[in-house]
Structures are given as structure tokens and as C-alpha cells.
Design a binder for this molecule. Sequence first.
Ligand SMILES: [Zn+2]
Length: 146
Amino acid sequence: MDLKQLYTDMILEYNRDSRHRHELPQATCSEHGHNPSCGDDITLHLQVQDGRIEDLSYTGQGCAISQASTVMMIDLLQGKTLAEAQKLSDLFLRMITRDVTDETELDSLEDAMILQNISNMPSRVKCAVLAWRTLQAALQRQERDE
Ligand SMILES: [Zn+2]
């Protein structure tokens, strides 16, 4: 199995993963994100306490890449501080724009790192970044509210 096939399989597997797809009654912040070019539509729910993401989930739907990217991001950000979440989402967006290609640096993105090759598919980039941009909007809102 080549690496590209492995990544495709991982994306499809994450796409089927519904662990984080639910409402979050104790959410302190919800942010809606929409990608009109594909129809991806998600709402992120964050439960933030003392500057830390205690829990997060999402509702909505979209293509395999947008859903997989959302699940990977949620896995990565459970229990992280808001500052760490900001840093990791910046890193993800810089990976997609190819500003960061250093594998050691990208390691901190864990499985989300496999979306690196999406940057070769311009029409899918918006799908891959939707969750991360939505998260950044949520972080900004959280900052304003504090
Ligand atoms: Zn999409």
C-alpha cells in the first residue's frame, strides 16, 4: 500500500467517525462555518473553562475531507489551552498554504498532518480548512467575551 492510499483510507475512516458529532449542552461557545463552494456546513461547539478547552464537538455535514478534518481537529484539541489551540490552528493553515513543510514541526498536528497533500488540490483546500477557520473565529469570539 502506498502512502497516498493510506492517507485516503485514513481520511475515509475519520469521515465515518461519529464520536464527536453531537450537540454539546454544556458548550460555552458555538461557531457556524460554511463552505459554499462545496456545501460543507458545520457548527463547532466548545466548552471552555479557565482558558482550557474542556470539551468540543460538532454538528452539521459536508464532504469526506471536511468531516475528516473536523474530527482530526477535535481529537487534537481536547484538553488544550486556548493559546495552544490558536497555535495549532495557525500551524495547520500554514501547512495547507505550504508556509510550513518541516515534518518535525508538523508532527504536533498528529493525524491532521496527513491533510498536507490537500494543498495540491486547490478545490479541496476550503474543505480542509473549514473547521480550523471556524475554530479561529470561535477563539476570537471567546477572547472578546472574556
Ligand atoms: Zn467539501
